[in-house]
Design a protein around this ligand. Structure first.
Ligand SMILES: [Zn+2]
Length: 425
């Protein structure tokens, strides 16, 4: 454990802030250590024993910390050991895509307990957000969850946002009606708990770093391959946001000048080649030219339509047309990843999103492209990995977003609330 210094600030406003900061530091030290005593906390933080006692009393009163027995004696009385109560509260994580809402509940260690997917057409925000509210209510009012204390809602959203205000700036795959929609305000008014909203690939990157395959990475890039293609970049403890929060929009890097028209208004963006709608368009156009015995052709003959899951499932067969299509399109994503590796030199790149169930096929192509478009010292040393959280990375990341804001920000006030409904287990 690292010994942390204390900042000395004297004005009342600052002393309140410092108190919050110290409480935040202590709760996270207790959370990261299975068992710890007040004396050890004083040694680690440099805070005085009375200050530690006061903070711990508050944390026990609000249910976030519990006393769980006696530790080893250091020469005197055996000290009382403390433990983080990960069931003191829960967060709700939500991932929104153009056709679906995924919702999960998680305890304070982000163990998801109830992941559900609900088909909702998200194109019209007024209708879709009411559906979203109804879905959240149904989950939290379920008899299994009624006694739980919900501390916050995290949302992974497929578009560009003003994260501070919680408004949508632009969601090219949902449509213009979303521009300016105050999603955070609407949900905060409805549920009266903090709501945090972030672009889906950034949220998924956070989930991967905290709870997925990236726990040992300092810097990582997460590529979301779904309706759109986007990247979440984490450098150190921070999500790379850029000046206006638009960083990571690799789906709109131009791959073919004067190529197909993109939802963003430009032409030839990566998404127009490799996003789910683009792949469906390509397959639908080429289907009449395929042999009758082709597996996709046969599925079309039965259902009279082809969905992305048909393509992904058939692509698992060697030498299939579906696999060829994914290989061809994934070369362009590989190019975009090469650029990202050249720019950021990450510890690892994670591939997630709806199409990640065939990530093995993609990754083979990515490696070929990366080998020819990056410095070998960098390209060879950068693992390209399948997201450990798989298709749940967005929703688990949304829970992680809420937990990060609630447990790691000194502006969080969850430890000052009363003890009502805190589940004591
Ligand atoms: Zn575009």
């Amino acid at each position: 454990m690292e010994k942390l210094g204390i900042k000395i600030m004297r004005s009342p406003a600052n002393s309140k802030y410092v108190k919050r900061l110290n409480r935040m530091r202590i709760i996270n030290i207790i959370k990261e250590n299975e068992l710890i005593s007040r004396q050890q906390l004083a040694e680690v933080t440099g805070l005085t024993p009375p200050a530690i006692t006061g903070i711990i009393r508050e944390l026990i009163d609000t249910g976030f910390v519990k006393e769980v027995g006696l530790g080893e004696s250091q020469g005197g009385r055996r000290p009382v050991t403390l433990q983080f109560n990960c069931l003191a509260g829960y967060v709700i994580g939500i991932e929104i895509t153009s056709q679906e809402i995924t919702i999960a509940l998680a305890d304070l260690k982000n163990v998801p307990i109830d992941i559900q997917r609900i088909k909702v057409d998200m194109k019209n925000p007024d209708v879709a957000v009411q559906e979203l509210i109804n879905t959240i209510k149904k989950v939290i009012l379920h008899e299994d969850h009624q006694s739980k204390r919900f501390l916050g809602i995290g949302i992974a959203f497929p578009g560009m946002l003003n994260t501070h205000e919680g408004t949508v700036k632009r969601a090219v795959n949902l449509g213009k009606k979303w521009n300016g929609f105050p999603l955070k305000t609407v949900l905060t008014q409805e549920f009266n708990i903090p709501v945090f909203i972030e672009t889906n690939s950034k949220v998924a990157a956070l989930g991967e770093k905290w709870f997925g395959g990236g726990t040992n990475c300092e810097n990582l890039i997460y590529i979301n391959m779904g309706e759109g293609i986007s990247a979440g970049i984490i450098m150190g403890e921070s999500i790379v946001q850029g000046s206006q929060g638009y960083a990571g929009q690799i789906g709109h890097t131009v791959m073919i000048e004067q190529g197909a028209l993109c939802n963003c208004g430009n032409r030839g963006c990566l998404e127009t080649i490799c996003g789910i709608p683009a792949i469906l368009r390509k397959v639908t156009a080429e289907l009449p030219f395929l042999a009758n015995e082709d597996a996709l052709q046969q599925r079309f003959a039965i259902h009279n339509e082809i969905q992305i899951n048909d393509i992904l499932e058939v692509a698992l067969q060697e030498d299939s047309y579906a696999r060829d299509v994914l290989r061809q399109t994934s070369r362009y994503v590989g190019l975009a990843i090469s650029h990202m590796i050249n720019l950021y030199n990450p510890d690892a790149v994670f591939i997630g999103g709806k199409m990640s169930i065939v990530a093995e096929i993609f990754i083979e192509e990515f490696r070929n492209v990366i080998a020819t478009h990056t410095f070998s010292e960098v390209g060879d040393a950068t693992p390209i990995l399948i997201s450990k959280l798989g298709i749940d990375s967005g929703v688990i990341g949304a829970c992680a977003l809420a937990l990060k804001k609630l447990l790691k920000s000194p502006n969080s006030n969850i430890f000052e609330d009363g003890v009502d409904n805190v589940e004591q287990k």
